[in-house]
Design a protein around this ligand. Structure first.
Ligand SMILES: NC(=O)C1=CN([C@@H]2O[C@H](COP(=O)(O)OP(=O)(O)OC[C@H]3O[C@@H](n4cnc5c(N)ncnc54)[C@H](O)[C@@H]3O)[C@@H](O)[C@H]2O)C=CC1
Ligand SMILES: O=C(CO)COP(=O)(O)O
Length: 420
């Protein structure tokens, strides 16, 4: 087929991270670059935190006669040889254009689109290693569910990545249990991207509260960082407007809705992990679906309140109630997510959730436990712990100050009016 593109260069896409969701998103984008060769280069470099791994005897790749199969191997070699991430996404065939790379600097080299997808506790250090190694006009998308809390306040990862690397960074988040997406079972997701004006030959959707200009000011209401100057995407590249960003993620089984609300999308993904722990706690007590629904209802109200109170000038309440990254992610995460499952087991077995995480997840990481502590530290500094009774209850249960049985009492009386 003739290449009708008027652009002499194509976008090089890389994925920083290769866990359960990192590998799944690499599969999604690897399929899409193959379908849009006029916009994207064909290979996807995927950064892997290198480790040695022995193929388990339950794997179809296990061959007792082969030393390769019974001895530990480098995970990158296994992924590149088998086209499968045998540790973090077993039994899912990966497209051959995914290249596992243990070196983060060469993973991002020459990339114009960087997709950040790793447990949130590791992103700060990785970004430190990337300073000065990223194209000045690169653009990022963060798939990370968490927030970055420091004495500077509460920051979105899209923003902390953007500031550290001096690039624009959007966010992807939705009701997306990775294993289901990897099996190509239908789901929706939300991608928040506010194209810097110079990247876009197309207007952002009508009604956009932010227009189409780059906004690198802090999304935290009370702090605003100096505006960093973004480098323009050279005209040789196809524009990075909503249409082209969407074409990188949208699949027949993975439906993308675009928005410009980076704060709402990021916060929905981060805060629902705290709610999922609460749902696991009450389910672990055997309290049933009504109790879980109550937790979800209060959880969504606290999400909206948190967004509007601390990120109000850039966050839309409707994002939490209308988009996949909001209410839908609460529902899916409180049904089958890892935070929910591990919290439930912890209560049923009377064990610490960290012990369950270690035993059950084969190296995958819970995000809700650390997020509950981080959000609590921020709420404490602001003096508003009492205004977020569910988030606070989860923290206190993890700390051992309260028991899961206390949740109804702790959230009682917090009607919609109380949360306003
Ligand atoms: N798994 C899921 O169903 C979904 C996860 N997410 C979010 O995506 C983000 C990434 O999650 P997953 O890919 O599932 O990760 P994961 O939970 O599978 O975590 C394991 C990953 O962490 C890496 N890792 C371990 N120690 C490390 C270190 N010291 N430095 C750097 N990396 C290290 C491992 O190599 C592996 O790639 C998280 O924020 C999560 O909340 C979002 C949607 C769905
Ligand atoms: O984010 C998720 C689903 O959208 C996955 O949640 P867990 O990390 O709790 O598995």
């Amino acid at each position: 087929m003739a290449n009708l593109s008027i652009h002499s260069k194509k976008h090089k896409v890389c994925v920083v991270g290769s866990g359960n969701w990192g590998t799944t998103i690499a599969k999604v984008v690897a399929e899409n670059v193959a379908e849009h060769p006029d916009i994207f280069e064909q290979d996807i470099q995927m950064w892997v935190y290198e480790e040695e791994y022995t193929i388990p005897s339950s794997s179809k790749h296990h061959d007792p006669g082969s030393a390769l199969s019974t001895k530990p191997q480098k995970l990158t070699q296994l992924i590149n040889g088998l086209h499968e991430n045998v540790k973090y996404l077993p039994d899912i065939a990966l497209p051959k254009n995914i290249i596992a790379n243990p070196d983060v600097a060469s993973t991002v080299e020459g990339a114009t689109i960087l997709i950040f997808n790793l447990p949130h506790q590791f992103i700060g250090r990785i970004c430190d290693n990337l300073v000065g190694k990223v194209l000045p006009y690169a653009r990022g998308i963060s798939c990370i569910k968490g927030v970055s809390v420091s004495d500077q306040g509460c920051e979105l990862f899209s923003e902390s990545i953007g500031k550290k690397l001096n690039i624009y960074c959007g966010a992807l988040s939705g009701a997306n249990i990775a294993n289901e997406v990897a099996l190509e079972k239908w789901s929706e997701t939300t991608v928040a991207y506010e194209p810097p004006a110079m990247d876009s030959k197309q207007p952002t959707p009508e009604g956009s509260p932010h227009g189409s200009t780059a906004n690198l000011t802090s999304l935290n209401n009370e702090k605003s960082s100096p505006k960093a100057k973004l480098a323009a995407l050279p005209a040789e590249y196809p524009p990075l407007n909503h249409k082209n960003i969407r074409s990188l993620f949208h699949r027949p089984y993975f439906h993308v809705r675009m928005t410009t609300d980076v704060a709402g999308v990021s916060l929905g993904g981060a805060l629902k992990n705290i709610v999922a722990l609460a749902a696991g706690f009450v389910d672990g007590l055997g309290w049933g679906d009504n109790a879980k629904s109550a937790v979800m209802r209060i959880g969504i109200l606290e999400e909206v309140k948190f967004g509007l109170q601390f990120f109000g000038h850039s966050c839309r309440g409707e994002t939490f109630t209308e988009e996949s990254c909001g209410v839908a992610d609460i529902i899916t995460s409180c049904s089958g997510g890892r935070n929910f499952r591990c919290a439930k087991m912890a209560v049923k077995e009377g064990k610490a959730i960290g012990e369950i995480e270690e035993r059950e997840l084969n190296g995958q990481k819970l995000q809700g436990t650390s997020t509950a502590y981080e959000v609590n530290a921020f709420l404490k500094v602001k003096g508003v712990e009492g205004e977020f009774p569910l988030f606070t209850a989860v923290y206190n249960i993890l700390e051992g100050n309260n028991r899961p049985e206390d949740i109804p009492r702790l959230v009682e009386g917090h009607s919609r009016a109380d949360l306003d």
